[in-house]
Write a protein that binds this ligand. Structure first.
Ligand code: ZN
Length: 102
């Protein structure tokens, strides 16, 4: 399972930045507002969406997901930072949180 499957809203938001060479912040922020996603909130960030727009990964949840949620704020600096962070999170999320559902 990949980013676009576990966090489809965020996937769309990131496509706006990717299409524009990581420059179209106005359209990105408009999209985020419209779809009520926000990296500053535990339940609305990328990790939050993967958890079903919840913050259950916080207190007593999953420390690695918590680290990823913080990491994505820094990762927005550039596409290569973002890709690195997403790869780590995808691997972690698929291994630790999706296997159990099978
Ligand atoms: Zn986790």
């Amino acid at each position: 399972m990949k980013f676009q499957e576990f966090a489809p809203t965020w996937y769309e938001a990131i496509q706006i930045l990717k299409r524009s060479g990581w420059t179209n912040w106005n359209e990105y922020f408009e999209f985020c507002d419209k779809h009520n996603i926000n990296l500053g909130y535990n339940n609305k960030c990328i990790v939050g969406e993967a958890w079903g727009f919840s913050d259950k990964y916080m207190d007593g949840g999953c420390s690695e997901c918590q680290r990823s949620a913080v990491g994505f704020n820094l990762a927005m600096k550039s596409l290569s930072f973002f890709n690195q962070s997403m790869k780590l999170f995808e691997d972690h999320f698929c291994e630790k949180h999706l296997e159990k559902k099978k």
